[in-house]
Design a binder for this molecule. Sequence first.
Ligand code: ZN
Length: 322
Amino acid sequence: MPLSRRHFLAGAGLTGGTLLANASIPALARAPLADAPTLGALRRKVGSVEVTALLDGYVDIGSELFTGLIDAEAERLAEASFQEPGPRRAPVNAYLVNLGDRLVLVDAGTSDSMGPTLGRLPAAMEAAGVAPDLIDTLLITHMHPDHINGVLTPAGEALFPNAELVVTATDYAFWHDDAKMNQAPDEAKPFFIGARKAAAAYGDRVRQVDGEGEAVGSIRTVPLPGHTPGHAGFIVESDGEALFIWGDVVHIATYQFARPDWSIAFDVDSKLAGETRKRTFDRVAADRMLIAGMHLPFPGFGHVARDGEAYRFVPDEWPYRL
Ligand SMILES: [Zn+2]
């Protein structure tokens, strides 16, 4: 039954005399402000597979960290999205995929490595009722700190004692290349060290995959090079439905659907990242494919629509189970 205006007003306690009677009551029920973080865990189905979006936190990104960005246009895009001009806020999401016979975590957030607005993934998992020892497989889109550092405890040990750590061979080779590390600017060196520490903690439980093909069970790897050389997404398919978890194709939704040519400074190859972004937008728009992204507004599920020369992100309605 669709809601009518009468139902809405009745539900809000605003019909007839109630409104007048309430006018003399001075205050609403008193409750202290929680002043505590909100945990993010939202669960949905993709075919017969259950996917839970988990929120690790957020990071603020200034416009100086974009290449190709035009300030006046950035301000216009922020305004068009009802946002203040200035730094943009990027959520950090991860996705838990329950294949039925296997629990897979796609990316793992930051642990304690990136400050107090992040590192909430373990609490979000607990809220979702999943203990770390239940995870069979960690699928890592790329070995940047906001994706892989969360496989470690703050003490630097493996947080997931029973999981294999699946990374792309291309990313593994890049982050373990001493020549590349020596050439990298100082601020990028911790990325190499972090990737190595994470892989080392999983020892012989590290598995490398490459190219397009099976990652684990019915989940397929899709190479998305540019952001890092081995950056990849994962397609979950079940009962004729599909979800493409695309990692870092987009860092800032407010900018990059309209301007896919704007790239973040952390891209190893920003030109290739831009080409991959545009190709991916075209593919998922044409295929009407459901996507999820690690830096899309939480929970990050939606579709991409073409909008002339640009694109639009269309968040999903409410498919989540309560
Ligand atoms: Zn990222």
